[in-house]
Design a protein around this ligand. Sequence first.
Ligand code: AMP
Ligand code: MG
Length: 344
Amino acid sequence: MKKTAAIIFVLSLYIFASCGCTSVSHKYDKRLMTTLYDYFDTVITIEAMGVSTDVFDEACDEAEAAFKRYHMLFDIYNEYEDINNIATVNRLAGETVTVDPEIINLIELGKYAHELTDGAVNIAMGAVLRIWRDCRIFAQSYPEKAMLPDEGLLLAAAEHCDIENIYVDKRNNTVALKDCDMSLDVGAVGKGYALRKVAEITSKYAGSFMINCGGTVWVKEAKPNGESWVAGITDPLNAEGEFAALVPMTGGALATSGAYIRSFEVNGKEYGHIIDPDTLYPAEGMVSVSVMCNDPAVADILSTACYVFSIEKGESIAEKFEDAGIMWITSDGKTIFSNRFYHI
Ligand code: AMP
Ligand code: MG
């Protein structure tokens, strides 16, 4: 959890002087903040200005209830009483499972992500991702015995990653994995989906909010005095912990994918948690990719995809969205910004 919290620290920068905004004193100009530790295997912070403590508490309760619900629905490892979640769908691969409509929507988002990214983001890749995850967990417990997955196992698992084998019946709210050996991993899209929904909930409250769900950030609007919220993007290659960029935000989302967060080492080489479906190995070339755009779900998809892609390919996909900007930190230490990535 600590590691994830390190991805993005949210700072308050007083930039009204440079942007020409006037500072107005506001009834609720105290900065309120709450932190959640129990969802999506990460740290979630909710900050607000321009709201009373009572309203903030109510908004946080509602946001937390939503995060909890999505966490349980999208969990791929644990099942919960009275819920058919993604773990249930995986366990019952081959059978038709009745699910909450939100799971249907998430799977449709996953199918959209697959199409948008030419298959680079594939929620049907659970069989391959599980092998890498097992190696990573083993390496964490026994670093001296860390090893790479067996090539044959990876190739066999890759035979069971066809997204076309996810059958969704929207009318009856059912999902069926037609391949008994396939499984879903929604790690690349679940947080973005949840944050998109929590953003909708929070938007109905007056005041300015900033929510950071493990590196995927959403801002409702500027602070009451016109200042921007500012997200700092950590430079994983900087030993002093300096930020690679500061991003002023007055609305919209910023998602960061960084394999350094969940990686393991074999023979002195780091292996990350974002897998290139073409090679079945961790994508190489980037240490961190951040994408800003209005919709947290799209930002989440694009940051994972651009981690897998070359800079040129990532840029060409992001160009389909007129509000999307990308920041790459490459393994050889270069920080590169696309035209629409606004930063300090
Ligand atoms: P993110 O942090 O949004 O970039 O998502 C990374 C997570 O998505 C990983 O921890 C895996 O659970 C999953 N994942 C890794 N590689 C892929 C991929 N190529 N397609 C879909 N999901 C992936
Ligand atoms: Mg993602």
